[in-house]
Design a protein around this ligand. Sequence first.
Ligand code: TRP
Length: 457
Amino acid sequence: MNAPGAERRRSLHGEWTSRLGFILALAGSAVGLGNIWRFPYVAGQNGGGAFVLVYLVCVFAIGLPIMMSEVLIGRRGRRNPVRTMALLGEEEAGTRAWGLVGLLGVFTGFLILSFYSVIGGWTVAYIVEAASGAFVNAGADDVARIFSGIVSSPAVAGVWHTLFMILTIGVVVLGVEQGLERAVRVLVPALVALMLVLLGYSMTTGSFLQGVVFLFEPRFDELTGDSVLAALGQAFFTLSVGMGAVMTYGAYLPDHESIPRASIAVVIADTSIALLAGLVIFPIVFAHGLDPASGPGLVFQSLPLAFGQMPGGVIVATLFFLLLTFAAWTSAISILEPAVAFFMETWELTRAKAAVIVGTLIWLLGFVTVLSFGPWSDFRFWRGTWFDNIDHISNNLFLPIGGLAIVVFAGWVMARNSTADELDPEAGRGYRLWRISARYLAPVAVTLTLLSGLELF
Ligand code: TRP
């Protein structure tokens, strides 16, 4: 029934201890800076409502089937993304060339983590600012000064980036089972609870309605090919799909666990948290006359204004940036893990050695991003600064290209029996829905969006 050679394989790096463990790890990967930092500022830059609508369609119609494809490929191959794709490619189509898709993913992970760690560093720096009471009664100018004091100084931003990278390498050295599951179980719910407190504050700003309208009223004249591509890129980024991170976590998933159920739960949770972040931030932005399109500083310059006004603001702010750091941390771990698994298996390194080598390379590359927010911020080419370019290339181009290859592989190259075997042995309606999106909907939509974003038509 199965493709030849498809006997059950064992994971090379251990397995999750429970289904909840896998859902939590996947949620820990998905929920991070993408929801709270990137979603609001990219939505702000792309005019709000219409962008958000396209983003939601991308998440459920494209991101979800791709997530399921990644998990099923990962669990079937049970190796790092490069070897898994090569192995299944050989098994299903007689060619190991599919390993190149894994290689693109490993490379994309390098690029993404190199800037992700810098922003993670900002959140760590903000824990200290918040705890020291720097935001108490601060106005927009004060907060802007605090923000630029961190990001425009390579020494300051560099130290926090270094610390964040050490934290990330540390957990990856310990391995996927230890710590991660337990941390996410407490921290994601705590983050949501705190965001609900902030939502309560946003409702009192007097600009809550304006924020809601900005976020949800579609004004389609604001929509360009570029912003549709940005919505697709954000969908991939926030769900962690397109580079093999989910595939790598899938490789550690026990055989009997249901992939669709875990994926749907994670996608819904991730989307809710992003929308919640938008509902918190935009009312504050409008209440203080800030520019929603101001870019990567948006969250860091708006939320402190709320913390500075509310009772108990020092504690709420400190807790918030602490939890955001943890959320970023559990995501960063999942960006590093595929490359580490690849290095371990390819050069027979220990986990510790692989993590330190890969982590150090990414840490070094991160300094270009550090500098691009500081002394090199006037050095602009193509889409803007180095950060703007690396962000665009990795999230809006490489993730969709990787995701396209993954979903085409799962939908067209893999035998129906192989995918049904992983997703749903009874091949019911849910399976057929997945297969239609994996074969037609997702590939066509991603291709069209890429082409229009590249202005090829
Ligand atoms: N999804 C995470 C966030 O929203 C970031 C992330 C983790 C990621 N793993 C990834 C992005 C893999 C792209 C690919 O913060």
